[in-house]
Design a protein around this ligand. Structure first.
Ligand code: RFL
Ligand code: PHB
Length: 390
């Protein structure tokens, strides 16, 4: 098989890039290790920045998001029994975020790919990039007993943190930056009305909690949990009790509980790989960087990579101008590091660190105290939460 751009991974990054390029007449083939149902079964992000929303619209996949997604003009930070609203719209001069699940957005992208006849190959095993330092890179994969080959001009690694792309770059050409946090997030999805119309991020002595949502009837909640915990340790009852104990009383009293329809534990990690390019291989999204989910920046950081890559590939194919591709890594990383900083800061502000000293605890309290006493501090938080410009 021959194409112009070979994409590894059919998560949001890979599908969005393939959709944007196809609209401009640039051919792609997407190779995905899992089945479509598996990809659509993952419950992940929920908060989209304006830049991502605009990119979805540009890709021609914004209709359902605009109909069913919810515009959020603010969110709350709770600590103990206190609750403060971060008025995103007021603090940023009009910016907001969109609450629309990653699952729904991925479904919309798949449907658009189907309508345009885009090629997405599922259950592709042993995907391997070759010839990355040549002008004729290619991909191989296995389907049953057959080994297939896709020749292309460029390979884009959109295969997430555990993918093959980053591992195909010689180790001595990469610098990896990493922080692993000493806790995880236990997430529960339930068919219950959300406890609050807006998100609530809660800092509590027992640990962090988050009240989020997918719709008026579907809630998404998280609690910080020890790293070694498994979902078997967390019955629904235990989860609801723990969540309630970390929320202000007035919130806990109105929380509607119900059976969980999904329950999972995610470790928290900050990670950046530099550079994001090796020869004709370009990394995008979680393949190149991971943030702890506290700032809702993971998927949104993937979106800015895709925006830069899309324009760089367009300039290359339309005008024979390689400057966008040559500058891609530096340009993407400049924004990535700011999302890293924000996510790391939000995580430090709101979680209970098992090994923290008395001094660390006082610093955390003072950070919160300062935040709510200063409009500038809140404006800085809001500016980062709605997303820095692409
Ligand atoms: P994905 O979604 O991981 O997709 C990668 C795809 O590549 C496939 N793959 C391979 N295919 C072929 N060959 C291989 N060798 C392959 N290896 C892997 C995988 O099967 C998969 O389909 O990466 P992508 O597209 O870069 O998208 C990134 C986002 O998924 C991620 O950043 C967000 O989900 C992070 N995140 C959040 N981001 C936000 O912006 N806002 C949020 O509110 C938010 N909340 C979250 C989150 C992530 C969470 N978890 C579970 C990590 C909440 C949670 C709990
Ligand atoms: C979610 O709804 O899954 C969600 C929302 C905000 C975050 C992280 C996750 O910061």
């Amino acid at each position: 098989m021959k194409t112009q751009v070979g994409i590894i991974g059919a998560g949001p990054s890979g599908l969005l890039l393939s959709q944007l390029l196809h609209q401009e007449g640039i051919e792609t083939v997407v190779l995905e290790r899992r089945s479509r149902d598996y990809v659509l079964g993952r419950i992940r992000a929920g908060v989209l920045e304006q830049g991502f929303v605009n990119l979805m619209r540009k890709a021609g996949v914004g209709d359902r998001m605009d109909r069913e997604g919810e515009v959020h003009k603010g969110f709350d930070i709770a600590h103990g029994n206190n609750r403060h609203r971060i008025d995103l719209e007021d603090l940023t001069g009009g910016d907001t975020v969109m609450v629309y699940g990653q699952t729904e957005l991925t479904r919309d992208l798949y449907e658009a790919r189907d309508r345009m006849g885009g090629i997405v190959i599922h259950d592709a095993e042993d995907v391997t990039p070759h010839g990355l330092e040549t002008d004729t890179p290619f991909l191989t994969y296995r389907k049953g007993d057959d080994i297939e080959t896709v020749t292309c001009d460029y390979i884009i690694g959109c295969d997430g943190f555990h993918g093959v792309s980053r591992k195909s770059i010689p180790k001595d050409r990469l610098t990896l930056y990493e922080r692993v946090y000493p806790f995880g997030w236990l997430g529960v999805l339930s068919r219950t009305p959300p406890v609050s119309e807006e998100l609530i991020y809660a800092r509590h002595e027992r640990g962090f909690a988050l009240c989020s949502l997918r719709s008026r009837t579907l809630s998404r909640y998280y609690v910080q949990c020890p790293l070694g915990d498994t979902i078997e340790d967390w019955s629904d009852d235990r989860f609801w009790e723990e969540l309630k104990s970390r929320l202000p009383d007035t919130v806990a009293e109105t929380l509607v509980t119900g059976p969980s329809i999904e329950k999972s534990i995610a470790p928290l990690r900050s990670f950046v790989c530099e550079p994001m390019r090796w020869g004709r291989l370009f990394l995008a999204g979680d393949a190149a960087h991971i943030v702890p989910p506290t700032g809702a920046k993971g998927l949104n950081s993937a979106a800015s990579d895709i925006y830069y890559l899309f324009h760089a590939l367009l300039a290359q194919y339309r005008k024979d101008d390689p400057s966008g591709l040559d500058g891609y890594s530096d340009r993407a990383l400049a924004r990535i590091w700011k999302a890293q900083r924000f996510s790391w800061w939000m995580t430090n502000l709101l979680h209970r660190f098992p090994d923290r000293s008395g001094f660390d605890a006082r610093m955390q309290e003072t950070d919160l105290d300062y935040l709510f006493s200063s409009r500038s501090a809140m404006a800085s938080l809001a500016e980062n939460y709605v997303g820095l410009p692409f």
